[in-house]
Write a protein that binds this ligand. Structure first.
Ligand SMILES: Nc1ncnc2c1ncn2[C@@H]1O[C@H](COP(=O)(O)OP(=O)(O)OP(=O)(O)O)[C@@H](O)[C@H]1O
Length: 764
């Protein structure tokens, strides 16, 4: 690139930066004005306000004046907010005004236009944009195409332009460090340098180097279901975060971050990605793991944790049962069962008062089933509650005459009396009237828990109902076809009952349980949620997906996953896809496949992909690195020595390392031994822990979605990874490495690695 171009661009940049600085000054002034005005209004508010309460007109005048002041304040606050947001965008732009320039022509005769693209828009006059936001429709041409004709979507339809120049900049503190012109033949220099950087405990935005396929995901506005199958490291997570930023921009004013939700694989991952949106000047969306989502609604039940689920070793019968409980078939069966409750079989509980039955369950049942067929579960329950409240109100008078009420009144202390009288006048015509007043108050207070129990539908029993449903299931699903004997099913029901008694539940039961509860109580889901994102979809089951669709009826779904990394559902993940396809309108479903892996060097990607058999396609990105190393240590002590030596080298070369063991027990053991040898490491034991800088030791099931400069696979031995269904797990672990992969087996290496050609690793 000739220096003259660089200096011309620098001149242009200087001009833009100068205008940004002017705009910053203006924004600051507006902030000052708003602050002074606000202080003034508040001060005058007190001085000016004359409270006139002697006449109706006076009251009205006072109210109007308060309202007027409030409006003035709100306006100032609005303009303060606006200017503050603008100032923070300007400050970011001042450092790095833009990262790309595009020259294009709208038609053969039109003149060539130049635009610059950055993290936010900036214009010096309303129609003169010096910088375009990367999310603006026109900016799409930077990501979507090379030179020549490129189309992009505008709110008015598709537009095609002839791109003449595509230039990328690296700018630091207002100075152009480098710039490249790109065309088809040149590898993307910016991407290469972005990918060669060291890992961090926080993910960064990829706005400057979004790739064409990723751009399709980011800018999709049509699909009800956008499904992305993407190889490990293909930027699925990166793409959804930029997609959230895009949607918040595209639907500004109609969509806020609270209406966007991301289900992520674990809390560590939430922690890892939580800076990306703020970096882009947006608020974070609602972020939760499915476990947290379900657990939040089941505060009294201990839901099985990830670690417990990972350690579970199920018999073939249990596996078949879990598979059935996670299927769409089962979802339909629960729906049927719930519909059937409209006419029979709802389980009721007595409403009790002071240990005695107050309204018997038979009575409740009579009321509940007394409404006509037009009543569905939701309004039937509502009508029942209303009827029960009426019964309760009628019982007040008779209860007032009982002995306990009289006794209670006798024993009331002065404070208790005062609180019963409240603000009511204490003048009564007779002592009898006064007793009556107090009796009513005493009874109403005592009935309060009953009132609450009715309002909260405590006369229903979700636990009993769930058990009833499980017992009834053999009538609704074809157990034989699912490969389950009646005896095995019944045994599993008993097991669920035992767990429930102990306030525990397997994850596979939580969703049918919640779904049944929502159906019983007529909940229609959260209608306000507009976009739901689900990462690592391969570890969900179809029931969960159907339930989320039911729970967020107005949301559009973006689901991302990698069938190669199904560490919990294993081979079942393939049936998930089929089931998913029946849940959404095919015309509104879009499937995108990402095969290029950006995370790892070519050498690491080539190695890891040979772990898979019949896996989804993975292509390495041409970034060179060293060959992975494989060691088979004679015993554990030798293995640990190898870990220590490797850590030393990684530290010297400033490569952040994660040592990934299979389960928690292995990781604990290794951590202790490393610490005893004087090596500083942090053990990550649960998904609720924070990611720590420095070397970490982490069990496989918590490493999902994360990445590290260097990975040491601890105990890649036959004793740990031998079963065919552990291939995906081993693949997931190895694919966390960005630059360096060290595989250490003890005694005998895992046979799952035997297909990796010798030329793809170094034996040490
Ligand atoms: N277009 C891009 N520009 C720069 N970096 C990118 C790009 N796409 C992906 N990356 C980087 O590649 C790495 C992997 O991306 P990400 O974690 O989003 O992949 P993933 O598909 O979710 O992977 P996995 O399924 O293995 O968790 C990240 O460091 C991300 O920043």
């Amino acid at each position: 690139m000739p220096d003259s171009i660089k200096s011309q661009e620098q001149k242009h940049l200087d001009k833009v930066v100068q205008k940004i600085q002017t705009a910053e000054e203006e924004a600051k002034q507006r902030i000052d004005v708003a602050e002074t005005d606000e202080a003034g209004i508040r001060k005058n508010f007190v001085n000016d306000l004359r409270i006139k309460t002697d006449s109706y007109e006076g009251l009205l005048e006072t109210a109007l004046s308060v309202r007027q002041q409030q409006q003035l304040l709100a306006e100032r606050q609005n303009s303060w907010q606006h200017a503050t947001t603008e100032l923070s965008t300007l400050k970011r732009l001042e450092q790095k005004a833009y990262f790309a320039r595009i020259d294009f022509q709208e038609g053969p005769k039109s003149k060539v236009e130049t635009i610059y693209i950055g993290l936010g828009s900036f214009s010096d006059t309303p129609d003169h944009f010096l910088i375009y936001d990367w999310r603006a429709p026109i900016s799409s041409i930077y990501y979507d195409g090379e030179l020549g004709n490129v189309s992009y979507q505008t709110p008015d339809g598709e537009q095609t332009v002839d791109v003449k120049l595509k230039r990328q900049f690296q700018i630091e503190d207002g100075t152009i460090v480098t710039l490249y012109d790109t065309d088809q033949t040149v590898t993307d220099q910016m991407l290469l340098s972005a990918l060669s950087e060291h890992s961090d405990t926080k993910m960064k935005s990829i706005v400057t180097t979004i790739q064409k396929e990723q751009n399709q995901i980011i800018r999709d506005t049509k699909s009800d279901l956008l499904f992305v199958q993407g190889a490990a490291g293909s930027g699925k997570t990166a793409a959804i975060l930029q997609r959230v930023a895009f949607l918040l921009y595209r639907y500004r004013g109609h969509l806020n971050a609270g209406q966007v939700m991301l289900f992520s694989p674990n809390q560590l991952f939430n922690d890892y990605i939580d800076q990306v949106l703020p970096e882009l000047g947006e608020h974070n969306m609602v972020q939760m793991t499915y476990y947290q989502y379900a657990g939040r609604r089941l505060p009294k039940i201990d839901v099985e944790t990830l670690a417990q689920r990972f350690d579970e070793s199920n018999t073939p019968a249990q596996k078949a049962i879990n598979q059935l409980k996670g299927s769409l078939n089962f979802f339909d069966a629960v729906t049927d069962y719930a519909d059937h409750l409209e006419s029979a079989d709802m389980v009721f509980r007595n409403i009790k008062f002071k240990g005695d039955v107050f309204i018997p369950k038979e009575k409740i049942q009579e009321i509940y089933y007394g409404f006509n067929r037009n009543y569905h579960l939701g309004n039937r329950l509502q009508a029942t509650k209303e009827a029960l409240i009426r019964i309760l109100n009628r019982r007040i008078s008779s209860e007032m005459k009982t002995k306990w009420v009289e006794d209670t009144i006798q024993d009331l202390s002065k404070e208790e009396l005062d609180s019963l009288y409240g603000d009511d006048p204490r003048e009564f015509d007779s002592a009898e009237k006064e007793t009556q007043f107090l009796s009513r108050k005493v009874v109403m207070k005592a009935f309060d828990p009953i009132r609450k129990a009715i309002v909260r539908a405590r006369f229903l029993s979700i636990n009993n109902q769930y058990v009833h449903m499980l017992r009834d299931m053999p009538n609704r699903v074809d157990l034989k076809r699912a490969g389950i004997s009646v005896a095995d099913w019944n045994a599993s029901v008993e097991e669920s009952i035992d767990k429930l008694k102990d306030h525990r539940m397997q994850l596979v039961d939580t969703t049918p349980y919640l779904y049944l509860y929502d159906k019983m109580t007529g909940k229609g889901g959260e209608r306000d949620m507009r976009y739901v994102f689900m990462d690592e979809i391969q570890d969900y089951n179809a029931f969960q997906l159907a339930f989320l669709k039911f729970s967020f009826p107005r949301a559009r779904f973006t689901m991302l996953g990698d069938l190669n990394q199904a560490i919990f559902t294993k081979e079942n993940s393939r049936t998930l896809l089929q089931e998913l396809s029946t849940m959404f309108d095919p015309d509104k479903t879009r499937v995108v496949q990402l095969t290029q892996s950006y995370r790892s060097t070519q050498q690491v990607t080539d190695f890891t992909k040979h772990i898979l058999k019949n896996g989804e396609a993975v292509t390495a990105f041409a970034r060179e690195g060293e060959l992975p190393t494989v060691t088979v240590a004679a015993d554990e002590t030798a293995g640990i020595q190898q870990v220590i030596a490797q850590l030393k080298q990684n530290d010297e070369e400033q490569e952040t390392t994660a040592i990934i063991g299979k389960d928690l027990a292995d990781c604990r053991d290794l951590t202790e031994k490393l610490k005893a040898a004087g090596v500083a490491v942090t053990l990550i034991q649960s998904e609720n822990q924070r990611l720590a800088p420095g070397t970490i030791v982490v069990p496989s099931f918590l490493a999902k979605g994360l990445e590290f400069d260097a990975v040491i696979v601890w105990q890649a031995s036959k004793s740990r990874y031998a079963a065919e269904d552990e291939r995906q797990l081993l693949y997931t672990i190895c694919s966390r490495a960005m630059h360096r992969l060290t595989v250490i087996g003890i005694d005998e290496l895992s046979p799952l690695l035997s297909d990796v050609p010798e030329s793809e690793f170094e034996l040490v």
